[in-house]
Design a protein around this ligand. Structure first.
Ligand SMILES: Nc1ncnc2c1ncn2[C@@H]1O[C@H](COP(=O)(O)OP(=O)(O)O)[C@@H](O)[C@H]1O
Ligand SMILES: CC(=O)OP(=O)(O)O
Ligand SMILES: [Mg+2]
Length: 402
């Protein structure tokens, strides 16, 4: 019997998302979420293959008890960490620095390197590490594979990855553009090539991953050459709660004039800025609804968000020289026709336009929304980070065993 199930774990600071996939046909055997870890009233939601959702409150003050609880749910269906069908656990690890350019089977040296990267990803890597350690303890014989958000971006040329700051300081503290959401950018750029009937090596694609976190990438012939997130996931596009691009002088001003500590400035820019800072909401559905009712704050937030997208489309067109497609993905990119319309508005000069009838259609599969005559294809391409993590994990462990 071949073990061909892969459990994918995405451990965030206050949540654990998980999926169990059968790699023979990519069916989801279980999908679940533990949320509000370390906060009041943590909850677990578990949906097995038959769709009969189970929910329960959880006394989970930490990631360890969250993982034990999700393992118990899986075990109840005979799919626990000791299942003979389970080939590996694939972990989303946000920061892999420059060391990790591909998925990696975790051993003590790999754990130590991920730990070494905590100072450049203090919000993400500790939770990712916790997930790996607990999963390993639950079944020490099972391969644990780390799949890094940063890996896809390690092909960026130095002139895109380096900031124009003192080189010695940058090197001493590993300050450079790493980029994130790489698993999604890789998957979506590949799917976009497929949609065009081409090989990834034949096309240049701009991917706009617009979820709660949001980032853009320029992908030339299947390789990332530029991306909007930087040392941390704070740079670039306007996000749900993060500011994206800002004059670094703002931070000095907040410290010297507004009297904020470094941690307070960090919290302001990461958690109380972006859409939520501008209008009090970070859900794009709510913002569009308020805008339609004439709400000025919502209208301005939407305008700032989409203005930033147009700037990046222009910049990345210049970086790539020739663009075959722009792909919208993640929660906002896949679902918000108004955002897609506004993001390309006025960019006919770049060959960009959407066909409004196609744009407002609702579908869950990859599709083109540009008019037939358009020079550049505009596409909506649903991302699937879990499937991509599972695929990379399975490929690695089957190659190792074969
Ligand atoms: N139908 C919709 N219309 C507009 N925006 C939507 C819709 N559905 C989801 N979203 C947006 O998607 C966001 C979440 O995106 P998602 O990719 O799931 O985020 P993440 O994985 O980063 O948590 C929500 O904050 C919401 O703004
Ligand atoms: C890196 C990052 O921004 O991730 P997320 O979108 O999951 O917050
Ligand atoms: Mg997501």
């Amino acid at each position: 019997m071949t073990a061909r199930h892969v459990l994918v774990l995405n451990c965030g600071s206050s949540s654990v998302k998980y999926q169990l996939l059968d790699m023979a046909d990519h069916t989801r055997l279980a999908v679940g979420l533990v949320e509000r870890i370390g906060e009041a009233a943590p909850r677990l939601t578990h949906t097995p293959a038959d769709g009969a959702r189970r929910e329960r409150a959880l006394a989970a003050p930490d990631h360890e008890s969250a993982l034990k609880a999700l393992a118990a749910e899986l075990a109840a269906d005979g799919l626990g960490f000791d299942s003979p069908h389970l080939a590996a656990v694939g972990h989303r690890v946000v920061h892999g620095g420059r060391a990790f350019t591909r998925p990696t089977v975790v051993d003590d040296a790999v754990l130590a390197e991920i730990e070494r990267l905590v100072p450049v990803a203090p919000l993400h890597n500790p939770a990712n590490l916790g997930g790996i350690r607990v999963a390993r303890a639950m079944n020490p014989g099972l391969p644990q594979v780390a799949v890094f958000d940063t890996a896809f971006h390690t092909t960026m040329p130095e002139h895109a990855a380096r900031y124009a700051i003192d080189v010695a300081t940058a090197d001493a503290h590993r300050i450079r553009r790493y980029g994130f959401h790489g698993t999604s950018h890789a998957y979506v750029s590949r799917r976009t090539a497929e949609l065009l009937g081409k090989e990834p090596s034949e096309v240049n694609v701009i991917v706009l991953h617009l979820g709660n976190g949001a980032s853009a990438s320029a992908v030339a012939g299947g390789r990332c050459v530029e991306t909007s997130m930087g040392l941390t996931p704070l740079e670039g596009l306007v996000m749900g709660t993060r500011s994206g691009d800002i004059d670094p002088g703002v931070v000095f001003h907040l410290a010297r004039v507004a009297g904020l500590s470094v941690d307070e400035a960090d919290t302001l820019l990461n958690r109380r800025s972006g859409l939520v800072g501008l209008c009090g909401d970070n859900d794009m559905r709510e913002i569009v609804r308020r805008m339609d009712e004439g709400d000025d704050a919502a209208r301005l937030a939407f305008a700032i968000y989409t203005h930033r997208l147009r700037k990046y489309l222009g910049a990345y067109t210049a970086v790539l020289g020739h663009v075959d497609a722009v792909a919208f993905t993640a929660g906002v990119g896949e679902n918000s026709a108004p955002v897609r319309r506004a993001a390309v508005a006025g960019l006919e000069v770049l060959g960009l336009a959407v066909d409004e009838e196609l744009n407002v259609e609702r579908a869950s599969t990859a599709r083109l929304i540009s008019p037939q005559y358009a020079r550049v294809a505009v596409a909506v391409v649903p991302t699937d980070e879990e499937l991509e993590i599972a695929t990379q994990t399975y490929a690695l462990v089957t190659a190792a065993n074969g």
